[in-house]
Design a protein around this ligand. Sequence first.
Ligand SMILES: Cc1cc2nc3c(=O)[nH]c(=O)nc-3n(C[C@H](O)[C@H](O)[C@H](O)COP(=O)(O)OP(=O)(O)OC[C@H]3O[C@@H](n4cnc5c(N)ncnc54)[C@H](O)[C@@H]3O)c2cc1C
Ligand code: SF4
Length: 419
Amino acid sequence: MINNLELIKNQANWCLGCKSRPCSNACPMKTSIPEFIEKIKENKIEEAYNLLIENNIFSHVCSLVCPQENQCQGSCVRGIKSTPTQIGELEKFVNEWVVQNDIKPVVSQKQIKKNVKVAIVGGGPAGLACSYELVKNGVKSVVFEKEQVLGGILSYGIPDFRLDKKIIDRIINILKELGVEFRLGQELGKNISIKQLKEEYDYVFIGIGAELSSRYKLANERLDSIYDSDEFLRAYNFKNFIKNLGKVVVIGGGNVAMDSARSAVRMGAEKVSILYRRDRSHMPAREIELKETLNDGVEWVELTRVNNANVKDGKMVSVHCNKTQIIDGKAIDIEGEEFDYDADTVVFAIGLKPNQELLQSEGLELTEWGTILVDSNNQTSIENVYSGGDVTENKSVVCKALASGKKAAKSILNKIIEP
Ligand SMILES: Cc1cc2nc3c(=O)[nH]c(=O)nc-3n(C[C@H](O)[C@H](O)[C@H](O)COP(=O)(O)OP(=O)(O)OC[C@H]3O[C@@H](n4cnc5c(N)ncnc54)[C@H](O)[C@@H]3O)c2cc1C
Ligand code: SF4
């Protein structure tokens, strides 16, 4: 973290202020990067903040969790011959400076229209970004969220050592002050339905994410010590720590695997290992995340497929594995290279998918991947019902979920203006 103003200014001055804005174009939220950096150069940090927040209320979150090296920073022209401008660090600095100085955001808002009502189902990044864009443009929405907390994965998935939950609280408060209404404990498919919402609201947005963890069978008997990443991370985030984890094996190679392993360390596991079927150069996790995971003492075992669990007296004692090699990008088992790896607990972190059964029962058309089918305006197969975020896109990231929520809101606004 660059925390000295002089260092920050030096970093800002490294930016060339390119007119073609490759950094902004590579950002899913199209952040005004050269412009906010210019404000830092001019020592106008509050103005930089208002510029960021006007476009993206999750700016602070994005500065902490976005894979900048593949997005804005990855397109910075400075990076061609040297190091790219540290855009993420600059965005983080602006947001932290504002918190330290207790500055409130200045959000320009149009007068609220009394005759239009929008229902948003799911209070994660996609739903909240949608509500923000609408309320700024004078359209109020009601967010229906099944949990008792808002923020989705940002609250119960990404752990607090990566993302301080006070940041989410601050965002929710801004939304409340602008006029967004929240109803907690409201679950699509249980106490609400699209049909019913359509009767009461003019438009509906579905942003319920992808919550079902993928897993495969490790043993014939049911073992209590096998977890999905979702339940495992909720246990950590809600401080319901799982006791007596013993030796933990996390299966996977993405940021969910890293977060699960690091949470296992903090819940007191004796030893934590990540077993991944591919190698480091093929892992979906960011290199920096793996580095931090290794710093926490987690063992990284690559090119290893976990096939089944060895059970003794009803308890798992180890997992049976096969060494793999990468051929044409695929992990292929090497014949005869089998071994056992000590494990008392296993966490599956191999992917999340939407609840297809629920979506189909609500009458939504799905893609072949089981996500909600949307058109170029983010409208679903049902008229005036929009969608975005992980429920429409596989393997998404926060910034893309925000961008699709915002895009859906813009489509709704266009319809309101041109009925
Ligand atoms: C452990 C983990 C770590 C991650 N780390 C990163 C990272 O470092 N960087 C990054 O960019 N991305 C990361 N991601 C991905 C990112 O979190 C998601 O892409 C993003 O949260 C998707 O936003 P969303 O609003 O579509 O869904 P979600 O965040 O899943 O929010 C969906 C909301 O809908 C609610 N809901 C679900 N079902 C219903 C229902 N039936 N009725 C009403 N409400 C419902 C949920 O409770 C939730 O509040 C991570 C994901 C995970 C799981
Ligand atoms: S590409 Fe890099 S140097 Fe050019 S404006 Fe963006 S951050 Fe600045």
